[in-house]
Design a protein around this ligand. Structure first.
Ligand SMILES: [Zn+2]
Length: 258
């Protein structure tokens, strides 16, 4: 069984569509999914979706692109309060996005730190969105780790080797998406090759970033296997072995999903 550790099921908003997407995932061997929060209000929607399906979990948090949507920045306690729901297994996604720069960078940093504190308060892992902000992500992680422990993963990995190594040194996990399958992503495959097996996760980030051979189409959780297959090739493992490994890693990091 595979697990899609990061998707956005709320984007599949036609009547009955979420049930179809979850069923197609099941038929493709994807037994569990995590639907992700991007604002405080939308995180409540993620919880409602997770309540509808036995095999769907939720994360709650505020995405850097939405950091200035609902000001003032969410209090860590407010995020952690949502995380008490039994279907919420993680915090996020949060982080920094200097590619889109949709929120001022100081607000992005405040928001990232609030989500980190929510991870610490709740004891749940944080799904980190890092785009064109490697140095500041590494700096903030190191500063916040000095204040107290929290678990985390770099989701949809597309950063440089230095951030991967900094994250791994802190005990972080790294999750690979369809980007891993793109012909031009040799640098990402090279980094994946050097990540210790016990720190690897897979995801779709659906509806974005469909893997080869669906590139350019709307992505969905059923396609997790295509990314897992390429990750298996990079690591010299069979599709069955990479599924077993990444599922075991998921259950170790997201302890509440056990
Ligand atoms: Zn993201």
């Amino acid at each position: 069984m595979l697990i899609d550790s990061h998707c956005h099921l709320d984007y599949f908003n036609q009547p009955g569509e979420q049930a179809e997407v979850v069923e197609r995932a099941r038929l493709a061997g994807v037994g569990e999914l995590v639907t992700i929060g991007v604002t405080l209000s939308q995180s409540r929607e993620a919880i409602e979706i997770a309540e509808k399906f036995d095999n769907v979990w939720a994360c709650v948090g505020v995405h850097p692109n939405h950091a200035a949507d609902e000001l003032p920045v969410a209090e860590p306690e407010a995020i952690a309060a949502l995380a008490r729901h039994p279907k919420v297994i993680g915090i996020g996604e949060s982080g920094l996005d200097y590619f889109y720069d949709k929120a001022p960078r100081d607000i992005q940093e405040q928001n990232f730190r609030a989500n980190i504190r929510a991870a610490r308060l709740s004891g749940l892992p944080l799904a980190i969105h890092a785009r064109a902000a490697d140095e500041d992500i590494a700096r903030i992680l190191a500063e916040e780790r000095a204040l107290g422990h929290f678990d985390f993963l770099l989701h949809c990995f597309s950063s440089g080797r230095a951030l991967a190594e900094a994250a791994l040194d802190m005990g972080g996990y790294i999750s690979f998406s369809g980007i891993l399958t793109f012909p031009k992503s040799q640098d990402i495959r090279d980094i994946a090759a050097s990540v210790p097996p016990e720190r690897l996760l897979v995801e779709t980030d659906a509806p974005y970033l469909a893997p080869v051979p669906f590139r350019g189409k709307r992505n969905e959780p059923a396609y997790t296997a295509h990314t897992a297959k390429v990750l298996g090739e990079v690591k010299g493992m069979s599709p069955e072995a990479i599924a077993e490994l990444t599922t075991a890693n998921f259950k170790t990091l997201f302890r509440k999903a056990a």
